[in-house]
Design a protein around this ligand. Structure first.
Ligand code: SF4
Length: 403
């Protein structure tokens, strides 16, 4: 599709001619203003946004849709934060409170290897030792002062003892934490979630989650850029943010990537209410609204935006939405321009959303094929980074050559 053939059925707030003009500028690679993106999200139909998003995906990614076969290793579910949507975290002594011992980690990783997994996702609660003496005691017994020390040691173990590539998602990281984890991780991750200040109001999703302060998370994401670490981030949709907050969050991520060129993937994740969470009565984002945000993300990160892409990485961002959180709307999400389904495990559940099973890979493959697309496996690192040794420690680079 060219900009000349963009559909013209738009809502009253953005006229057909205005939409044609916007689409032409998008296809020309122009970075639009926040108010223009907001107008699109607010006023342009999903069909029109998705049509443009699919064309941008085709230009940037061709007909390839990817996923990462992984094992999910929740090193601990103790956490000092209390996000209003979380069923993962525990206090010490609560039923299900858990640390994974190194032997348990290796056992799961080796089972995953046999099933074809290539990624070891280390996902866990944030700094439990800052609040709980029990956490400090467990770490001390194992020879560590901080949870992030244990994450680094387990990453080293996985890199040395298995064929899996570690990808840690351990919450806030300091510059020195990032430097150390870079030695053994192929990539690292930290969801921005949102730049919205409203989430910290009394009763908000993050009113008791100091580590979710956007300025602190943005500092980690920037420092990862300074250190040339392939990085995964994204937004969480439906936790109390406004549409303007969504645009601001995406543009903030884009601005950092334009500066450092290290963000390999933007995850668009939908909030899912559950009976046991404080936000149990908050409705989830409507599927079409969520799909519009996926399409808008593709448009915002589409080919050719802005300066700062002299790194040779190319400007085509990977856009992901977790398929297990939208099992009834996979086709709509694929039609909205995503090009990746994230980590999918043949072995371990999604410990953050254990009630949401992974889709069958063959289901995703058939869906892709029905659209003329091809589903392929990937490493935790995307192909456009995996050919550039400056993004990896020598040991990780060497390990990647045999994966
Ligand atoms: S979402 Fe993460 S940071 Fe928030 S309470 Fe759950 S485990 Fe902790």
């Amino acid at each position: 599709m060219s900009s000349a053939t963009v559909s013209t059925t738009v809502s009253a707030s953005v006229s057909a001619s205005e939409w044609r003009s916007l689409a032409s500028r998008i296809f020309a690679g122009e970075a639009l203003g926040a108010s223009e993106y907001f107008s699109m999200l607010h006023s342009v139909s999903w069909e029109n946004l998705a049509e443009v998003a699919r064309e941008l995906r085709q230009r940037g990614k061709g007909n390839v849709i990817t996923y990462s076969p992984k094992v999910f290793l929740p090193l601990t579910n103790l956490c000092r934060d209390r996000c209003g949507y979380c069923t993962f975290r525990r206090d010490p002594g609560q039923p299900g409170a858990h640390w994974m011992e190194p032997e348990e980690v290796l056992d799961v990783a080796r089972k995953g290897e046999k099933l074809g997994c290539r990624e070891a996702l280390l996902s866990l609660g944030d700094r439990p030792e800052a609040e709980f003496p029990e956490a400090r005691a467990w770490l001390a017994t194992h020879g560590y002062a901080r949870t992030l020390d244990y994450v680094a040691a387990i990453s080293e173990l996985l890199l040395a003892e298995t064929s899996l590539l570690p990808h840690a998602n351990p919450g806030l990281m300091s510059r020195s934490d990032l430097e150390r984890l870079r030695e053994s991780n192929a990539s690292l991750g930290l969801m921005l979630e949102s730049t919205s200040p409203a989430l910290f109001a009394l009763g908000g999703a993050h009113d008791d989650a100091i580590d979710k302060r956007p300025e602190r998370r943005l500092q980690t994401i920037r420092q990862a850029g300074e250190l040339k670490i392939p990085f995964t981030t994204g937004i969480l949709v439906g936790i109390g943010e406004s549409a303007a907050d969504i645009v601001d969050s995406l543009l903030t991520i884009r601005g950092i990537h334009a500066q450092y060129g290290h963000i390999q993937e933007v995850i668009i994740q939908n909030f899912v209410p559950k009976p046991e969470i404080p936000m149990r009565d908050v409705p989830p984002p409507a599927p079409e609204y969520f799909a519009r945000i996926v399409a808008l993300a593709r448009i915002i990160f589409g080919p050719g935006f802005g300066p700062g892409f002299s790194s040779g990485l190319g400007p085509q961002m990977n856009i992901q939405a977790p398929p297990n959180l939208s099992p009834a709307h996979l086709e709509m999400l694929l039609d909205s321009g995503l090009n990746d389904w994230g980590g999918i495990s043949p072995l371990t559940v999604d410990f953050i959303n254990p009630e949401k099973p992974w889709p069958q890979v063959e289901t995703l493959r058939a869906l892709a094929a029905s659209k003329g697309l091809e589903l392929r496996e990937r490493l935790p690192v995307y192909p456009e980074y995996a050919t550039q040794p400056e993004f990896f420690s020598p040991r990780v680079w060497q390990a990647m050559q045999s994966r």
